[in-house]
Write a protein that binds this ligand. Structure first.
Ligand SMILES: Nc1ncnc2c1ncn2[C@@H]1O[C@H](COP(=O)(O)OP(=O)(O)OP(=O)(O)O)[C@@H](O)[C@H]1O
Ligand SMILES: [Mg+2]
Length: 275
């Protein structure tokens, strides 16, 4: 069976893939070593009609952590971001800086300090790069007012200053991804959700983007949750890694342990060659 591309055509047949009595709760309840949790996802579920996109997912992300999320197509990774960021409601709780934000509208979540990028670049194509970033600066969590300075600094940070005046629709994929990242950064987030930021990029661009993620985390102290299919890159970047499979959390822990977990190899990776 091709487990990587397998989908549940009939969600009513979906069974828990965890052995009876096996609970993911101990994984989730354990705080990240040496860190306070900035985000706690507790027993989150999301259905689309008969489709169970997320089932009892729990995790906690430590302040300053890079937390990786992987899993096959349709595993619920983007849905997890959509529920955290307020695009969809769900069941369970999402604690961010001491408040349960489940069900908050996206702009409120953003102003509270959570920004995101999208799997497929979402930009105002007829606006310039700088104006796309200005939208983030205007609507975000930052209270320091000087949008022009925020835009200039953010473009500098992602290496896009020289393209500030270019229309977004004229950018290549890397340029679009960097502009979308800059717009998210301009909101002044303490938590950044990146949905497949490196998908579709050339190897040199993947290296560059990976370096940028590490710098944003280490130099700006931004906590980052990153979804990525490039598992080797995710192992390199992340402090911890979670694997989703058909809406369920099947592993969470240090990246090298997770990619060597026999169940992760069997259900997702197909080979033990990722550590
Ligand atoms: N808005 C929606 N309406 C209906 N079903 C949805 C919606 N969004 C997601 N789904 C379904 O929920 C499941 C999880 O989808 P999701 O996009 O979260 O997966 P993913 O892990 O991000 O996959 P990929 O790696 O392909 O991006 C899939 O079965 C998908 O078809
Ligand atoms: Mg997705």
């Amino acid at each position: 069976m091709d487990t990587v591309s397998a989908t549940w055509d009939d969600a009513s047949q979906k069974q828990s893939i965890l052995a009876p009595g096996v609970s993911t709760q101990p994984l989730a309840a354990r705080p990240p070593v040496g860190r306070e949790a900035i985000l706690r996802v507790e027993h989150v579920g999301k259905r689309f009609g008969e489709i169970v996109a997320l089932s009892d997912v729990s995790m906690s992300v430590g302040t300053g952590e890079v937390f990786g999320v992987a899993g096959p197509n349709g595993a619920g990774k983007t849905t997890l971001f959509n529920v955290i960021a307020g695009r969809f409601g769900g069941t369970g709780s999402i604690w961010f800086e001491g408040q349960d934000i489940m069900g908050w509208k996206p702009h409120r979540v953003c102003r509270h300090g959570i920004a995101r990028t999208f799997q497929i670049p979402m930009l105002f194509s007829s606006l310039s790069v700088a104006d796309n970033v200005r939208v983030g600066a205007h609507f975000g969590a930052r209270k320091d007012g000087d949008e022009r300075r925020v835009v200039a600094e953010t473009l500098e940070q992602v290496g896009m200053s020289d393209k500030a005046g270019m229309l977004a629709r004229h950018l290549d994929l890397m340029g679009k991804k960097l502009t979308m990242l800059a717009a998210a950064l301009a909101t002044g987030p303490s938590l950044l959700l990146l949905d497949e930021p490196m998908g579709g990029l050339a190897p040199a661009e993947v290296t560059e983007f990976g370096g940028l993620i590490t710098r944003l985390n280490r130099e700006r102290g931004i906590t980052i949750v990153v979804i990525e299919h490039l598992v080797r890159k995710l192992v390199e970047l992340s402090d911890r890694l979670m694997i989703l499979y058909h809406g369920e959390q099947i592993a969470l822990g240090p990246p090298k342990d997770v990619v060597n977990d026999p169940r992760v190899i069997e259900l997702y990776l197909g080979t033990a060659d990722y550590a």
